[in-house]
Design a protein around this ligand. Structure first.
Ligand code: UDP
Length: 323
């Protein structure tokens, strides 16, 4: 049985939907940002907190867990600057509690959701896993700290782990049964689609004077189902003993500017956007684009869904959004 912590959240719920096809799954989530309705009905759901030892002990005593996949983190850069305690408490301290209970129950396989924010402001066009990790905000630092803890646990306690550093997760399940739903929403693609649906008056483009071809920030958008599939491959690599301590980027190697994303949304939906130019948002690097060659070479994973597909699936979801 696989324990998915944070399996009611955006990325976790998409992973669960793929994973239940192959494994028995138990989801632990405190529903602070996740949605009960996002959890596939074939998974067992436990409402509980990863920082609460009693909740964890109950799960590990009740189910024969052979691996843990950890999605339960706060992930907003701006919020992490305003309230770092919240980020270090949940993203680092609670993860340590989870690892402690895993060690107690001799559960040695762990997949960790990390982030492009661990790289800070990169000095290379294509970021690979050897690029410098100098995060510029508490969110990125909280994730990098856990990565360092995992490396130490691997050496000292024989923990097997895969760290997956996501770039910009976007899109929705092709069935439109689940998708992205944050409150408040801060991410570009859902904000654009909400505006096209008339749920927002306008879209603010945060900064038009970056050192990029059109002056707006460039990001590497990756379909949430491609992300989910990478987790399945990483899990198989851990369970088969093929991998024991690895870090992989998950992106598609292509960057799109904010303006290009908005134009592609207009093209896919046939609806014209109401856009205004605005000041830069604090903490945004000009360009974040991944090389995912390492995971392609080692596990055979690559992104299969392009920006049009990401937006088309997200559009289906936002039109019928159920939670
Ligand atoms: N962005 C924007 N307007 C918005 C939301 C985001 O211009 O209303 C920009 C943001 O500054 C960044 C890019 O879109 O350059 C992607 O932002 P998002 O919050 O989706 O992801 P992040 O890269 O911060 O993880």
């Amino acid at each position: 049985m696989i324990l998915v912590v944070g399996g009611a959240g955006y990325i976790g719920s998409h992973l669960v939907k793929e994973l239940v096809e192959k494994e028995e799954v138990v989801v632990l989530d405190n529903l602070s940002t996740g949605h009960r309705d996002a959890v596939d009905s074939r998974a067992i759901f436990v409402k509980g907190d990863l920082g609460n030892v009693d909740d964890l002990l109950m799960v590990f005593r009740s189910y024969p867990i052979k691996a843990v996949m950890h999605f339960a983190a706060y992930s907003l850069v701006g919020e992490s600057v305003v309230d770092p305690l919240k980020y270090y408490q949940n993203n680092v301290a609670s993860t340590l509690t989870l690892l402690q209970v895993m060690m107690k129950f001799k559960v040695k396989n762990f997949i960790f959701s990390s982030t492009a924010a661990t790289y800070g402001i990169p000095d290379v066009e294509l970021i690979d896993e050897t690029s410098a990790t100098t995060p510029i905000n508490p969110y990125g630092r909280s994730k990098l700290m856990v990565e360092q803890i995992l490396a130490d646990f691997s050496k000292s306690y024989g923990l097997n782990y895969v760290v997956l550093r996501y770039f910009n997760a976007a899109g929705a399940h092709a069935s439109a049964a689940i998708g992205e739903s944050h409150d408040p929403e801060t991410h570009l693609i859902p904000i654009v689609l909400q505006q096209l649906l008339g749920q927002r008056e306008k879209i603010a483009v945060f900064g038009t004077d970056y050192n990029t071809p059109d002056g707006t920030c460039i990001r590497d958008y990756i379909h949430v189902t491609d992300l989910a599939n990478a987790h399945i491959l990483a899990l198989e690599a851990l369970l088969s003993g093929k991998k024991s301590a690895e870090t992989y980027n998950l992106g598609n190697g292509l960057g799109y500017s904010v303006k290009e994303v908005i134009e592609t949304c207009e093209k896919v939906t046939g609806v014209e956007a109401n856009v205004e130019m605005a000041d830069r948002r604090a903490g945004d690097p000009a360009r974040l684009v991944a090389s995912s060659n390492k995971i392609f070479t080692e596990l055979g994973w690559k992104a299969e869904r392009n920006l049009e597909k990401i937006i088309a699936d997200a559009w289906e979801w936002h039109q019928k959004q159920t939670y």
